[in-house]
Structures are given as structure tokens and as C-alpha cells.
Design a protein around this ligand. Structure first.
Ligand SMILES: C[S@@+](CC[C@H](N)C(=O)[O-])C[C@H]1O[C@@H](n2cnc3c(N)ncnc32)[C@H](O)[C@@H]1O
Length: 232
């Protein structure tokens, strides 16, 4: 049973006025910050799994406890489904997967996205479920579309692996409508037009935060889009 969750409260009533300028700046200049060794190690684990059993990839970025990763592995049985979260504490709360149907990695998403791009690995489906909203206006740069990692997210979606079958598809969900609208505009600016809509009630919640927000009566929003050949 989850405690009631409060809705994101923001001093930003609409899209951030610096959204377009911030997105354009990141699209024009990729970060060359060194990648932390534990992220390199996590990428090696992923690459070794792909080498041992080659199959197309699904990412569950910001996976938290990885409950969504297990659900997505059931949804995509022919794929390698990988959950990524920087919090070992959250990942440790995941029940064991003796069958090894999916992989959970402790890593920073931005670094891992960049390493996969540099390794030439593509992703068929990329889920970003309920990333931290950072609702204060001064924290735009901490949102997925406001930070340097956005460049690598786009590169990863555009560089899908030849022969992998399904086209790259990105889905982001949040209980803060403005966040999803901002993400949709940022994706549009980058050449990934998609759609923003309410998440319909399903037979089961996809993640623990989805469950908590639904149980608290929040509206849930999603962006879904596919890479276009020209992007980004
Ligand atoms: C609000 S929780 C959502 C968890 C899960 N997706 C869900 O819906 O239940 C956000 C998660 O993002 C993780 N996180 C935040 N920034 C991250 C980053 N840069 N790289 C990896 N994980 C990150 C946090 O540790 C946290 O588990």
C-alpha cells in the first residue's frame, strides 16, 4: 500500500521560456565530460550479454526498482530488455530474476546512452517512465530534455541497428503534463515529431510510480514518437 502522493508543484505555469534555446544549445554541442568507470563497466555487461545472445534492445531508463523492466520483458519477449538506474538502493529492492529474462544495470543514463551510441548499438524501444520532474523553473537543465544527455538520447534513437526489425520508438511518461509537453516540443525541435496524450488506464500499472500516482488520483501523460530517417 502506497501513501498518497502529491502532484508536482511548480512556479512554472507553462512551457519553460528557455526551452527552445536550451534544446538547441545541447543539439549543437555534445558534452565531452569523461564517463565514470562504473558506467563503462555497466556498458560492458550489456555488450557481453548481446554478444552471447544477439537480439534487439529495449531500454527502460530511470527504471527505479525495475518492476517495469520485468513487465517490459514480458511485453517484448524477443528482445533484450535492460533497466538502468543510478540508485543501487532502488535496484536492490528488485526481486531476483532467476531466468535472466532481462538485465538491471546501475549506471547514469546519459553516460550509458553515449557509450551505446559510440559502440554503434541501436535501440528498438526506449521507455522513460516517470523521470524525476524537477518542477522548479530553475531546474530545467535537470530534466531529460534540458540536459546534455538529451543529445545522446536522440543519437541513440536515430542510429537504430540495421536488421533489428522494429523502428526506434520512444515513450516518456510523467504525472506532470508540462514536463511531457516540453519533452514533446524538444523532440519536435530535434526532428522526432510524436504525440502527447493521457495514459489510458490499463489492466496493470507499468511501474511502481505509475501505481502510486494512479492510486493518488493523478492524471498521467505520455509522449510517444518514432525516429524519422532525417533526425536529428
Ligand atoms: C521517480 S523515479 C521513477 C522510477 C520508475 N521509472 C518508476 O516509474 O517506478 C526516478 C528514478 O530515476 C533515477 N535517476 C535519476 N536520475 C538518473 C540518472 N541520471 N541516471 C539513472 N537513473 C537516474 C532515480 O534513482 C529514480 O529511481
Amino acid at each position: 500500500m502506497h501513501a498518497q502522493s502529491s502532484r508536482p508543484s511548480s512556479n512554472q505555469p507553462h512551457l519553460h521560456p528557455k526551452l527552445a534555446a536550451t534544446v538547441r544549445r545541447h543539439l549543437g554541442a555534445r558534452s565531452r565530460k569523461p564517463v565514470a568507470p562504473h558506467n563503462v563497466a555497466a556498458c560492458k555487461v550489456l555488450l557481453a550479454e548481446l554478444a552471447a545472445r544477439p537480439r534487439p534492445l529495449v531500454l527502460d531508463s530511470f527504471c527505479g526498482t525495475g518492476h517495469s523492466t520485468a513487465a517490459l520483458a514480458r511485453r517484448h519477449p524477443g528482445h533484450l530488455v535492460v533497466g538502468i538506474d543510478k540508485s543501487g538502493h532502488r535496484l536492490d529492492r528488485h526481486p531476483a530474476d532467476p531466468a535472466g529474462h532481462y538485465l538491471l544495470l546501475r549506471a547514469e543514463c546519459g553516460d550509458l546512452w553515449r557509450l551505446l551510441v559510440e559502440e554503434g548499438v541501436g535501440v528498438d524501444h526506449h521507455y522513460l517512465l516517470y523521470p524525476n520532474p524537477w518542477p522548479k523553473a530553475k531546474h530545467l537543465q535537470r530534466r531529460v530534455h534540458g540536459g546534455a544527455g538529451f543529445y545522446w538520447l536522440l543519437q541513440l534513437a536515430a542510429g537504430r541497428r540495421p536488421g533489428a526489425g522494429a523502428p526506434s520508438r520512444i515513450e516518456l511518461r510523467s504525472n506532470w503534463q508540462t514536463y511531457v509537453e516540453e519533452f514533446g516540443v524538444a523532440m519536435h525541435l530535434a526532428g522526432f515529431p510524436g504525440s502527447v496524450a493521457r495514459v489510458p488506464p490499463g489492466p496493470a500499472d507499468l511501474s511502481l510510480f505509475e501505481h502510486k500516482y494512479r492510486a493518488s488520483g493523478h492524471e498521467l501523460w505520455s509522449y510517444t514518437g518514432r525516429a524519422s530517417p532525417a533526425a536529428p
